[in-house]
Design a protein around this ligand. Structure first.
Ligand SMILES: O=P([O-])(O)O[C@H]1O[C@H](COP(=O)(O)O)[C@@H](O)[C@H](O)[C@H]1O
Ligand SMILES: [Mg+2]
Length: 566
């Protein structure tokens, strides 16, 4: 019997199989069966994420229990104090999220581990905050972030509220993998053990709001702007609207997208990386003549921005909104004499160069990490202890930023408040945020950043993604669209190749990423997504002006297409 068949038979015949899965299992096509059982669901960029449904390679009550039992064993191995400190648990609007969250709490209680659960859906950054607020040993967030509605996921946090970095995640994974029969785990705890579960109250929310309000650099700015806001049916609805109410901003919610909805009924996509996420907000913006559109992904760690510029709405990329944020923050810190000593900003190896140039202009150093906000959180924790450098900002290409590190993950409510303030501040001075961005291009060079993600699903898709990167390694491009590759970095082999010389690349955990620097100041990076079945290509293209950058971007994309279609 094949491994897939063996696993399938075990599941379908298991006495503990959740009754909801019997029928879908019985009706699986051979292809679906293979996909659901060919592997066990793994931890990626942001915990475990996958399609909902029965199978070892799916998110369901059994695979989540397996992960939680493994986590519980890890917590117990950390001693009595860890069990007592407990775990904060949060969840989003997705199918099964609430059920899975409370099931995790029961299972932890069964293991005599305390937990603090939010009474209803909350953003991922608020879960990170709750870990710190309750002085927990760690945290669990049930969410698949911005993925389509068929997905769910499981993010794990350390005691600082930072997602587990590989070193810690590996220790948990070891415990998870040691569990042989995921279906044998049940979450039936006693009434006495149930007392270990605390449903969190309003005090946590209020303290989070207080902290968010503290990021304001110009709290008294003239708030003469209209904001159209959409939570994309997710967790941001209440917190973001509360924060705008507390700070006095005029926030017009996209009502149709405010109800928590696991099916995302009124948005083509909840992902701020995609134009569909702005469709309805754009209609509202035109109707109300809004200055700015602000949207959050469902777990409210990512955000998207649309800016009214010369009468039209321009949607910024994550690289662009990050650059505008750092410009506003640094200029204000400097003007007010608040810039700390040895200031540092963090972003990732696939984030545009523009932000770094802006930061450098204000004397702020940039440190780069791999993709994954956990690596930024890790750096924050390091410097918090050593005091060698002081945090100014952290952001990623993928529409996430963190203004103040009282949260240790990207935090959209903070970003939205800062962008609203920046929008108001510049409006008073006759500018919009696109004007600010254009000024940055004038000062630091014109960049066009883009990301092309090719969807490659299932076992075959995963193999193809590996092959694309392996082919690039085996036959390294010397030029791309006729432009010479002057340096390449391989984060898996940990090498830098420059002028024919190979030197070690240090300071990063091994990761399947390739980055090519071109003679004209542009770069291109390739990596498999760790949250979706996609191969991602990142382009940071430097041009003489916008048209030149755009033309070059299209040519580079075409060239990479040709290079990787072998
Ligand atoms: O999806 P989220 O908002 O949880 O965000 C997560 O995934 C993003 C995309 O990762 P990948 O390119 O591997 O798919 C990462 O940039 C981010 O740091 C991580 O927290
Ligand atoms: Mg998210």
């Amino acid at each position: 019997m094949s491994l897939v068949e063996e696993r399938y038979q075990k599941w379908i015949n298991h006495p503990n199989l959740d009754a909801r899965y019997k029928e879908p299992l019985a009706n699986m096509t051979p292809e679906e069966k293979n996909d659901a059982f060919y592997t066990t669901i793994e931890f990626g960029t942001a915990g475990m994420r996958g399609l909902l449904g029965p199978g070892t390679n799916r998110i369901n009550i059994h695979t989540i229990r397996k992960a939680t039992q493994g986590y519980a064993n890890y917590i117990k191995a950390n001693g009595e104090d860890a069990c007592k400190a407990g775990i904060a648990i949060g969840y989003d609007n997705r199918h099964m999220s609430r059920e899975l969250a409370f099931d995790c709490a029961d299972l932890l209680a069964k293991n005599n581990i305390r937990s603090f659960v939010y009474d209803s859906l909350r953003p991922t950054p608020m879960l990170s905050f709750a870990v710190r607020y309750n002085k927990c040993f760690g945290g669990i967030m049930i969410t698949a972030s911005h993925n389509p509605k068929e997905y769910n996921g499981y993010k794990l946090y350390d005691d600082k509220g930072c997602q587990l970095v590989p070193k810690l995640a590996d220790a948990v994974i070891k415990e998870v993998n040691a569990i042989e029969d995921e279906l044998a785990i049940d979450a039936n705890c006693t009434e006495e053990q149930k007392k270990l579960i605390t449903v969190m109250g309003d005090d946590v929310d209020q303290d989070y709001y207080k902290h968010v309000l503290s990021i304001q650099l110009n709290p008294d700015v003239k708030k003469d702007i209209k904001i159209v806001f959409s939570p994309e049916h997710g967790t941001a609805n209440i917190p973001v609207r509360d924060i705008f109410k507390l700070t006095g901003y005029n926030c017009i919610p996209v009502e149709e997208q405010c109800t928590p909805d696991p099916d995302y009924s009124n948005t083509p996509t909840p992902n701020p990386e995609q134009p569909g996420a702005y469709e309805m907000a754009l209609d509202y913006a035109k109707r109300y003549d809004a200055d700015i559109i602000l949207v959050c992904d469902p777990d409210a760690d990512r955000m998207g921005v649309g800016v009214k510029h010369n009468g039209e709405y321009v949607v910024l990329t994550g690289n662009q909104s990050g650059a505008v944020e750092i410009e506003y923050i640094c200029s204000q810190l400097k003007e007010k004499g608040l810039m700390p000593e040895h200031p540092v900003m963090f972003n990732t190896v696939v984030t545009s160069d523009l932000g770094e140039k802006v930061a450098a202009d204000y004397g702020v150093e940039t440190e780069k990490t791999l993709t994954g906000f956990k690596f930024i959180g890790e750096k924050v924790a390091k410097y918090e202890v050593s005091h060698e450098k002081n945090y100014v900002f952290g952001y990623e290409e993928s529409y996430g930023s963190l203004i103040k590190p009282f949260v240790r993950d990207k935090d959209a409510p903070q970003a939205l408040l800062m962008l609203a303030e920046a929008c108001s501040y510049y409006k008073e001075r006759g500018k919009d945020l696109v004007d600010v961005l254009n000024d940055l291009y004038d000062r630091h060079g014109t960049y066009e950043e883009s990301q092309v993600a090719i969807a490659l699903t299932g076992e075959a898709g995963a193999a193809r993604i590996k092959e694309i990167l392996a082919n690039l390694r085996a036959d390294a491009p010397k030029e791309i669209d006729g432009v010479k590759v002057v340096r390449s970095e391989d984060y898996q082999e940990c090498t830098i190749t420059e002028n024919g010389k190979v030197t070690p690349l240090t300071g990063f955990t091994k990761s399947n990423v390739l980055k090519y620097y071109l003679e004209d100041g542009s770069w291109i990076a390739v990596r498999p997504s760790g949250t979706e079945p996609k191969c991602k290509f990142y382009y940071c293209v430097k041009g003489t002006d916008k048209d030149d950058a755009h033309k070059k971007t299209l040519n580079f994309q075409k060239a990479m297409d040709a290079l990787t279609s072998k």
